[in-house]
Ligand binder design. Structure first.
Ligand code: 13P
Ligand code: SF4
Length: 301
């Protein structure tokens, strides 16, 4: 029996569900029950009836699923799959900003550790950040950890005073405007679609800016036949599946989140079989990190 069939059989037997982010390897997306962006997967994690969730993504994603579902078993195929940006916050700075401004909301991108979330008033993802920040009662917003997404949100919501942090995604931040210009010159009929974790110069050149699922929806609805992709290469799986008649071009050879690729079919089978790599979040930490996540789900409705 193939590893894929073994997983599917075991999953059925244990009544487990597999969640996968768009950045994991194609063969992992292929066996997942639900594939999506960070926001979709957080919402979905809360709606599931199954008792076992195998989370194919990086640690902050599994952690969020466990915080939202403390009674479920959340299994991580590889515990070391992490997001570099999730740690890029100096907690002292949050305290300083809170002392400096009496009307400030600390808005925390979901790409952050559970500990960092406990310092936040609300979480956001790239799919809902603009909407949530716009609707906050506070004039001042301290946006952590992603400086690029924070700057994009600030531009979209000029009525707010958005204080930026210096965190960034090493993969998105590294794509340069020069590389995009070269790709555009090579593919003059292509539209450029980009994730807001990229630098401003890139966003200024884009035909569409949005989360992974935003990009996928935009491409599906657009009449254009060619696209230059300003995000991680894993989105190609869904883009090609939904649009077999369209062409996709990456900008450089490094649009790869290696941590996402730690997730393999063999590791999924092993954790499902042995029920190892169970994600645990301390009860006190969970209670404090749940508040901004719940507020996000509420405000995003
Ligand atoms: P999405 O919320 O668009 O899925 O992005 C998550 C992420 O990690 C982007 O680098
Ligand atoms: Fe984190 Fe960047 Fe990987 Fe997304 S692509 S999980 S932001 S390191």
């Amino acid at each position: 029996m193939s590893i894929k069939d073994k997983i599917l059989e075991l999953k059925k037997e244990k009544n487990a569900v597999i969640l996968a982010h768009y950045y994991v390897a194609d063969e992992v997306q292929e066996i997942a029950d639900y594939i999506g962006d960070s926001f979709y997967l957080s919402k979905k994690a809360k709606e599931l009836e199954e008792q076992i969730i195998v989370y194919c993504g990086v640690s902050f994603m599994g952690e969020s699923a466990k915080i939202l579902n403390p009674d479920k078993l959340v299994l991580m195929p590889d515990m070391s799959a992490d997001c570099a940006m999730a740690h890029m916050v100096d907690l002292e700075n949050i305290k300083k900003i809170r002392e400096e401004y009496d009307d400030v909301a600390v808005v925390c991108y979901i790409n952050s550790t559970a500990e960092i979330k406990t310092y936040a008033d609300v979480c956001v993802t790239s799919a809902n950040a603009v909407k949530i920040v716009r609707n906050l009662p506070n004039k001042n917003v301290y946006f952590i950890p992603d400086g690029n997404l924070g700057r994009y949100v600030a531009e979209q919501v000029p009525e707010k005073n958005v204080i930026l942090n210096s965190g960034y995604c090493p993969i998105h931040h590294a794509i340069t405007a020069e590389e995009v210009e070269q790709a555009k010159a090579k593919h003059p009929n292509a539209q450029f679609v980009v994730h807001p974790e990229c630098v401003k110069d890139l966003l200024d050149m884009a035909d569409y800016i949005g989360s992974t699922s935003g990009i996928i929806d935009y491409v599906a609805k657009s009449d254009c036949k060619e696209y230059i992709i300003g995000t991680e290469e894993g989105v190609l799986y869904e883009l090609k599946k939904q649009n077999p008649d369209k062409q996709f071009y990456m900008i450089n050879n490094n649009q790869i989140c290696h941590d996402m690729k730690y997730i393999t079919l063999e590791k999924i089978y092993k954790v499902l079989l042995e029920e190892t790599n169970q994600l645990e979040v301390d009860a006190k930490l969970r209670e404090a990190a749940l508040k901004p996540l719940d507020r996000m789900l509420e405000l995003a409705k």
